[in-house]
Ligand binder design. Structure first.
Ligand SMILES: [Zn+2]
Ligand SMILES: [Zn+2]
Length: 291
């Protein structure tokens, strides 16, 4: 097969309680992911565990959710992933005001790439029912505007290599009100920041497993990124082996329709572009997870 197919944004365990490293950060579990990648035609595999599941993340933010989640040691994780031969990444939330501390945390480890995310806008989350931003009485225009303003800061801060699930705010689909009219007005500040920083835009199939049922980003957002000269990265945001390369046929077709023929590959935070592989293996099983 010509070209490369990556899956860089993936987790070795579900986002649930009782998922300790000793059960998931193991050679056997990595082998399950490797086998699933081979079956899905994914040639380039990296792991990007959530930064907030590590104690060191409390130097960045002391949100109660992080206090509850930050149980493991980041350096033990890095050492383990290096021992497997997989690419070493991390999914790091953008925490406004903590840019310097974030830069220090990242610079102290030899990551191949850092996936930058926005899950929280202020104290509330766009994708977590326990901290639901939609329960605070703001209208959808205000929530979308604030989400994309934060995403623009994340894209422009220079701390990250890949911008994760760029329109995550749509995760609930019809389960939350959608702003009226042309949504491009929300994307604009983020696209400007993407163009300014050169961060790679993640095309993620995770949205296909969520109530939204769409890829991240939306076609209109992706087209704006292409027009702005952005580069792209390809990931599934898998939390289980069966989700590696999930629905990649659709992501590869999507990139093709956008006229994007290359994707980003990373080594020790150096980026290069390689031709996108022609196709993933024909079928990936329809594994859904909880939103
Ligand atoms: Zn995420
Ligand atoms: Zn993730």
């Amino acid at each position: 097969m010509r070209g490369v197919i990556t899956d860089y944004h993936l987790h070795l365990r579900p986002d649930e309680a009782d998922t300790p490293p000793e059960r998931y950060f193991t050679a056997e579990n990595v082998e399950r992911y490797r086998a699933a990648a081979a079956a899905a035609g994914v040639g380039e595999l990296g792991v990007s565990e959530h930064v907030y599941r590590f104690r060191q993340a409390l130097d960045l933010w002391r949100h109660p959710f992080w206090e509850e989640q930050a149980e493991n040691d980041l350096d033990a994780y890095c050492e383990f992933i290096r021992s497997t031969g997989l690419k070493l990444g991390v999914e790091c939330d953008f925490v406004p005001g903590a840019e310097e501390r974030t830069a220090e945390l990242l610079a102290a480890r030899d990551f191949d790439y850092v996936v930058g995310s926005v899950h929280f806008v202020g104290e509330a989350a766009v994708d977590h029912p326990g901290w639901d931003i939609w329960e605070r009485g703001d209208d959808s225009d205000e929530i979308w505007r604030r989400y994309f303003a934060t995403l623009a800061e994340c894209a422009g801060c220079g701390l990250f290599d890949v911008l994760a699930h760029p329109d995550l705010v749509k995760v609930w689909g019809r389960g939350r009100p959608l702003p009226d009219g042309d949504l491009r007005r929300f994307y604009e500040p983020a696209v400007e920041a993407i163009a300014g920083s050169g961060i790679a835009v993640e095309v993620s199939t995770a949205g296909l497993r969520k109530p939204t049922g769409e890829l991240y980003p939306s076609p209109a957002f992706a087209e704006m990124c292409v027009e702005a000269g952005a580069t792209f990265a390809l990931s599934s945001d898998a939390h289980l082996p069966d989700q590696v390369g999930f629905e990649y046929e659709r992501a590869i077709e999507f990139l093709g329709e956008l006229g994007v023929g290359e994707i980003c590959v990373f080594d020790r935070r150096q980026r290069r572009q390689e031709p996108l592989g022609e196709r993933a293996a024909a079928e990936s099983p329809p594994v859904r997870d909880n939103p």
